[in-house]
Design a protein around this ligand. Structure first.
Ligand SMILES: [Cu+2]
Length: 705
């Protein structure tokens, strides 16, 4: 519904731009008609353009009103308060001022006479009150176009004062020009000189372009990422302290650096550097891994070759398995990845110095260098790891793998534990692990089967459909659900970085896990591994908002008193980023490094309202914390507690999520569609009193995204 409304509004807006220019051109040229007959015909055609413009304005107003009736103010405020008036105002002026004059003109023109229009007619045909409303429609359409592609969000009147003043100024200018022509028309017959007119228009356009190119080029140049930039110097956003306040804007909180505020509040107390926020550095680790990052040509099981970046020569990297409570040590060796590499444990809430974000928690590990990570595996479940240095390219090329933490208590039953980590290799197609066809597995009936679904692919909503057996979704993003019920014919959809654990009891007939839309990728399970691949059933998409039974031990809920509340508005707009100008995916109207830095104090209960105004999905990934999903589209989440680290926010959706700020540090919060993150859709969560000695920027090797 949201997509339909915003697309109808945008479609009507684009047509409004075209139609209003045509109408304005035709109205302005009426005066040049050499005969009464032509003047009559051309005047009559303006009725068509007036009606068309009115219909388009009505479509825009209706779409905006429907949005206002059904969704959060941040979806429609700018549309209803800025765009709807800009469309309706000229149309109303046309009906109130132009139309009566148009009718009079039609009545008085003979219609059939070849005589030249007299002075009275010419004055009527160039009456500013008749012509300017059409010209104003064209002017307003330019403003509409601007506000559609540079929405004033977070909404504030200051964002529209400049364009509104300019619009008023040009409107006055148009009135003056038209009044002048009206006077001239009384003095002598005006001669239509198309070439002169075209030249004047081109000259005016070039002058406007020349004048505006200076601020444009300056803005483009100044958007270049600096040579060095501390992640602590972001635009600090302290949110709102205290009670719920949906729809608030952020301008009440002027930007400072977090350190200004931190030093104000903690006085002379020294800040803690990120480098001290480590895992347990002493003691013999219970489990040790070494991962060597290197460039390798890998041959997949299908025979297709991938020029990959690998951990230990394989794609995906080796599955790291550990047990809850173990002290884990992982040594990263970079053999020859020129861009550098790190290790980030996606979904595992490790201490900050172990989080593996180049430029925030460490420097990128360059060829020949090593880095050792140590942490205690405190959560159980399905996670994955990947390089958080130049992550878009690193993950695309293979620097990732599965990470599984088994619970402490020994598993007593026979469980067939299958990791389904899916990826699309550029030029070589989709795979599950390194398998590119349907795998066949022999599993004895009665066995408990656990499938760990992990989507590592950029920009893909991956469908996983299990057929032939009822199943339960037992965990989301590595956290177990309570009271999961049996499901059938439901597609489990994951965006980049998301995980589902699925459990079922093996029946005595074949079961098929289908990955993607076709029949060519999946796992066929049966008692001897044989069997036919079933047809793709009709499915609905699994929705976690009301799944499972409510847990009695919710640490907080929608009614809790939150210490701090933030607004995260996801959108798309034309913007300057790193020397370029294009449509970028934005957070609170900005791209990095102008995106907000949410500042929290340790111990606070923090709520964030996430709103997606754009037309694409954004899987938002917060490092170091799990967010409890409280509501979606203002509807409270019931059923099991739903903890997420990678929340898929679809267009038109709003979510309230909350977390306890119990893991001090500097934590990335970004879109896990890594191509979005690489184009600036990234921000961070900053604890007061924490300092990072690391930097990003063109003079450093660090490229976190
Ligand atoms: Cu995104």
């Amino acid at each position: 519904m949201y997509s339909l409304l915003i697309n109808s509004e945008l479609g009507a807006l684009m047509l409004f731009v075209i139609f209003s220019f045509i109408a304005a051109g035709k109205a302005s040229k009426l005066i040049y008609n050499p005969s009464e007959k032509q003047l009559y015909r051309k005047t009559r055609k303006l009725i068509f353009w007036s009606v068309s413009l009115s219909l388009l304005a009505a479509v825009m107003a209706a779409a905006d009103t429907m949005l206002a009736a059904t969704s959060h103010p941040l979806f429609w405020m700018d549309r209803l308060l800025v765009r709807t008036p800009l469309a309706l105002l000229p149309v109303l002026l046309i009906w109130f001022y132009s139309f009566p004059r148009l009718r009079k003109l039609l009545q008085r023109t003979g219609g059939r006479s070849e005589n030249a229009p007299d002075v009275a007619r010419l004055r009527q045909a160039s009456d500013p009150a008749f012509i300017v409303p059409f010209q104003l429609a064209a002017l307003c359409s330019v403003a509409l176009f601007y506000f559609a592609f540079v929405p004033p969000i977070p909404f504030h009147w200051t964002a529209i004062t400049m364009p509104a003043t300019l619009l008023l100024f040009v409107a006055c200018l148009l009135w003056m020009l038209q009044s002048r022509r009206n006077q001239l028309s009384a003095e002598a017959a005006l001669v239509y000189r198309p070439w002169r007119r075209r030249l004047t228009h081109t000259g005016m356009l070039l002058a406007i372009l020349a004048v505006s190119s200076i601020p444009f080029l300056t803005a483009m140049e100044s958007s270049r990422l600096p040579k060095t930039l501390s992640m602590m110097s972001g635009k600090a956003d302290y949110g709102i302290a205290g009670h719920a306040s949906l729809g608030h804007t952020l301008e009440d909180h002027p930007p400072h650096t977090a350190m200004d505020q931190a030093s104000k509040e903690v006085g002379a107390a020294p800040s803690v550097p990120v480098t001290e926020l480590t895992g347990q550095r002493t003691g013999i680790p219970d489990r040790k891994f070494t991962l060597t990052a290197e460039q390798t040509t890998v041959t997949l099981r299908s025979g297709k070759q991938v020029e990959a970046w690998t951990y230990n020569g394989q794609i995906p990297g080796p599955e790291l398995r550990m047990r809850e409570g173990e002290l884990v040590e992982v040594t990263l060796i970079n053999k020859d990845i020129e861009d550098g590499a790190t290790l980030h444990w996606h979904g595992l809430d490790v201490p900050n110095a172990e989080d593996g974000v180049a430029g925030a928690t460490q420097n990128a590990v360059m060829p020949g260098e090593t880095f050792t990570y140590r942490f205690i595996a405190e959560q159980t479940g399905t996670f994955w790891y990947h390089s958080h240095q130049n992550s878009k390219t690193a993950v695309e090329k293979g620097l990732f793998g599965a990470l599984i933490v088994d619970p402490q208590e020994a598993v007593t039953m026979d469980v067939e534990d299958i990791t389904v980590i899916t990826h699309n290799w550029r030029g070589a197609g989709m795979s599950i692990g390194s398998e590119q066809a349907v795998q066949r597995k022999a599993i004895a009936p009665g066995t408990t089967v656990k499938l760990r679904l992990i989507n590592t692919d950029d920009w893909v909503r991956q469908n996983y459909i299990l057929t032939g057996v009822p199943f339960k979704v037992t965990a989301i993003d590595g956290t177990d659900l309570t009271g999961p019920t049996e499901l059938q014919n439901q597609s489990l959809d994951l965006l980049t970085g998301g995980r589902y654990d699925v459990t079922f009891t093996m029946p005595d007939h074949p079961v098929f896990l289908r990955v993607g839309k076709g029949n060519s990728l999946g796992i066929l399970m049966s008692k001897d591994g044989s069997g036919d691949i079933p047809e793709r059933p009709a499915v609905t998409t699994f929705d976690p908002t009301h799944y499972g039974t409510a847990a009695a031990d919710a640490p907080f809920n929608r009614n809790s008193k939150f210490d701090r509340e933030f607004m995260m508005i996801l959108d798309n707009r034309f913007a300057f980023y790193n020397g370029g100008f294009a449509a970028y995916d934005t957070i609170n109207g900005e791209v990095f490094p102008n995106t907000p830095m949410f500042v929290v104090k340790e111990g606070e209960l923090v709520k964030t309202t996430i709103i997606n105004r754009s037309s694409v999905e954004h899987p938002m990934h917060l490092h170091g914390h799990h967010m409890l999903v409280l509501s979606r589209n203002n509807e409270t989440v019931s059923g099991s507690l739903w903890w997420s680290d990678t929340l898929d926010v679809a267009p038109g959706e709003s979510y309230e999520v909350a977390f306890r700020a119990d893991n001090p540090g500097i934590w990335m919060d970004h879109c896990q569609n890594l191509s979005h993150a690489a184009a600036g859709m990234t921000m961070h969560l900053m604890y007061e009193g924490v300092a990072s000695p690391f930097e990003v920027g063109t003079a450093t090797p660090n490229r976190p995204e």
